[in-house]
Design a protein around this ligand. Sequence first.
Ligand SMILES: NC(=O)C1=CN([C@@H]2O[C@H](COP(=O)(O)OP(=O)(O)OC[C@H]3O[C@@H](n4cnc5c(N)ncnc54)[C@H](OP(=O)(O)O)[C@@H]3O)[C@@H](O)[C@H]2O)C=CC1
Ligand SMILES: CCCCCCCCCCCCCCCC(=O)[C@@H](N)CO
Length: 327
Amino acid sequence: MLLVVAAFVVAFVLLLYMISPLISPKPLKLNGAHVVVTGGSSGIGKAIAVECYRQGAFITLVARDEVGGRRTEERSSHISVVVCTSVDVSSDYHEVESVLKQAQEKLGPVDMLVNCAGTSLSGKFEDVEVDNFRKLMEVNYLGSVYPTRAVITTMKERRMGRIMFVSSQAGQIGLFGYTAYSPSKFALRGLAESLQMEIKPYNIYVTVAYPPDTDTPGLAEENRTKPLETKLISETSGVCQPDQVAKVIVRDAVQGNFNSSVGPDGYMLAAVTCGMSPVTSITEGLQQIVTMGLFRTIALFYLGSFDSIVRRCMIQREQSKAADKRE
Ligand SMILES: NC(=O)C1=CN([C@@H]2O[C@H](COP(=O)(O)OP(=O)(O)OC[C@H]3O[C@@H](n4cnc5c(N)ncnc54)[C@H](OP(=O)(O)O)[C@@H]3O)[C@@H](O)[C@H]2O)C=CC1
Ligand SMILES: CCCCCCCCCCCCCCCC(=O)[C@@H](N)CO
């Protein structure tokens, strides 16, 4: 009898341990909240700022380019809830800290920080300038560490907040042409997972977003040097519009979901790459458990087709090189 009771108690405690990480956080109210968006003057960051603004938030936009920032400010100046700041998020921590301090003096403590400033570059490993490996880590990784570091203490004191990192589908899988970009986006996930474990007891929730190709000035720039292989592989996932991506990202951040992905490919990638990352709802946990094997099987077909794209392009290149020589 005693043994049965003990077994039940152990089973119950184990069940509690399994269920406790699945409990969903309380949603954040955006109305009246202060949202800081780095990279808020263009593309996805701008669309996120607009979406938060629509939901009643006070916004601080951060970007390097003053002109772009000022232009945005003029458009919204009649409501004076948008402050634009000009700083390079990746160069000097103290500068970032002081800019965010000023923003908090104007609009109050930061309720949500969106780390969206970033840049991309596509090219074969041996064609990427060596300096660019460092540059991408600085902008995409350190450029997310610095603003986060600058707001975290106040968030912990207030026992509330949201931190968002904008990674990429190329932060879930390594692809041809992204040897400099992917690592800087993978790094964000390591940061996010570690940080989330530290700050969860303070009621602060981290979201990592993994968007597919999105129609922005940044993508247009990247396309100028993109190898054919990378173009063909990325086409698998299609191109999204920034406002569509922003809606999903903002919804997930408000709900405190650790993972934010767009579209059916995004959904499958999230499940198949979930690893030991936090989950924020019972449905999400169950979906991962049930779909993992199936999605891995589908992933093998994708990998096979990517390999065949790379092989075909290589053969084509060699043939045209040989033809050039003959001429
Ligand atoms: N577009 C896409 O296909 C995808 C993009 N992403 C990621 O989303 C984020 C935004 O991309 P996207 O909208 O395309 O980019 P854009 O190039 O259109 O915009 C980038 C924004 O970041 C700012 N920025 C860049 N570097 C710095 C810096 N050092 N300090 C401060 N601000 C900076 C830019 O302003 P300024 O130049 O004035 O500083 C601009 O506001 C990036 O992190 C990107 O990697 C992820 C997946 C897909
Ligand atoms: C079950 C398995 C499903 C597998 C689906 C695979 C889909 C791969 C497509 C990858 C697209 C990469 C987009 C990078 C976007 C980006 O970050 C840059 N454009 C930034 O400018």
